[in-house]
Structures are given as C-alpha cells and as structure tokens.
Design a protein around this ligand. Structure first.
Ligand code: CA
Length: 229
C-alpha cells in the first residue's frame, strides 16, 4: 500500500483527496502547513508528496526544495496557479509533475500512478503502444497498421527521454539538453520540428495530439496506452 502525503491547507480539498486516494487503495497522510509537511515527510517517509503551493506559513516551493535536499520521493504539485513560470519554478525546485486545480479525478490518479511507476520500475517499458502503433525503444523498431514506420535516431532519443518520465511533464530545456547536448537549451526550434514529425508518425490525428502532449511554455508529456507488452 502506497502512502501519499497530502500537503494542502483547504480542508475541503483535503477531504476530497482523502476520499479519492483511500478509495484507490492509497494510505493518506495530511499536512496543512509547510512546517507540518516537513515533519510528516520525515517521520512517515511517504511514497509520494502531493503539494499545494499556497500554504499559510510559506510557499510550497520551499517544501519541495527542502524535501528534495534529502529525498528522491516523487513530488506532484496540485495548485491553482496556472502561469507557465510557476510550473517551471515548481519543476525546477524538484517537483516531478504539476496538476492545476480544479483537477479531474481520473487525470490526478493517472499522474500519481505515473510518478510512482518511475520509482518502482526504474527502467521504462521498452515497448510503447499508441493506438495501432507500437514502438520498441530498445530495438529501435516501430510498426503501425500499415507496416513499418521509420523513426530517425533523433526521434528515438526524444521519445526515449519522454518515455523515462512517461505520463509526467518533461521540461523543454531538459529534453534539448539530453538530446542535443548542453548549451543548446534556448534552441527550441529543432525540438518543435522533431515533435511535429513524431506526431505525424505516431498520432492517429497529429492535429489533435492524444499521446504527445504540449505543456505550453513548459515542455511535453508522453502518454501511451497502458496495456503495452
Ligand atoms: Ca492553498
């Protein structure tokens, strides 16, 4: 049973999360201040932190930085703050993902599973399924309903980088650094072209991406069908 530490000062939202998480089989620990959050994180060693950014005694970012200093525990932000800079700041501080309020319960649970999956299965699934398309990252082979699909080495690297954080946000800067190398972080054009090409090859409808999602101003998120073998 996974333990989730919910750091949220609004009792109503905490109650909703408690019901939702408990029903999914998580054990729910709660904290309503930044100070309490650190105490609970240290004493319970939860498997995941769900952090609100606006806390009565400080910013959730501070909690994230302080916990990150001693723990690799997955941290998911749940915040009403919707600005791109705020998402980037939270991810920079060490958060793994960012969900904006109001949230959808299935989406929240999917993101928590994704964040936990990274810890329990450190190596990503080698085969990803996107509808009719299957991509074998290890063998660098892809097939769709009409036969083989050719992906370039660069496209495999971008896909591999996104797949390591399957279901969670990967920052644009991180993608560029890992695929093109350091010093190119401001060159987002090559990445955009690569994403566009990947969508054309993998998405059922590239104009309305379902698997390769843009997080405006922040980065990208890769989803895959869960029954991939
Ligand atoms: Ca709050």
């Amino acid at each position: 049973m996974h333990q989730v530490l919910v750091i949220e000062d609004e009792p109503g939202i905490r109650a909703v999360l408690r019901v939702l998480l408990t029903a999914e089989g998580y054990r729910c620990i709660e904290a309503d201040t930044a100070l309490r959050a650190e105490i609970e994180a240290r004493s319970h060693k939860p498997d995941l932190l769900l952090v609100d950014l606006g806390l009565p005694d400080g910013d959730g970012l501070k909690v994230i930085r302080r916990v990150r200093a001693w723990s690799p525990v997955p941290i998911v932000v749940l915040s009403a703050r919707t600005m791109e800079e705020q998402k980037v700041a939270a991810l920079d501080a060490g958060a793994d993902d960012y969900i904006t309020k109001p949230f959808s319960a299935p989406e929240l649970l999917a993101r928590l599973r994704a964040a936990l999956r990274r810890v329990t299965h450190a190596t990503p699934s080698a085969v990803l399924r996107f509808g009719d398309v299957r991509v074998d990252l290890a063998r660098r082979a892809a097939r769709g309903a009409d036969g083989e699909i050719h992906l370039t080495p660069l496209e495999y690297r971008v896909l591999g980088c996104l797949a390591r954080q399957l279901g969670s946000i990967v920052m644009q800067r991180q993608l560029i650094r890992e695929v093109w190398g350091p010093g190119r972080e401001d060159d987002s054009r090559s990445l955009r072209v690569c994403i566009k090409n990947l969508r054309a090859k993998l998405e059922p409808d590239p104009r309305q991406p379902h698997y390769l999602i843009t997080e405006t101003g922040v980065g990208y998120r890769l989803r895959a069908d869960e029954d991939a073998a």
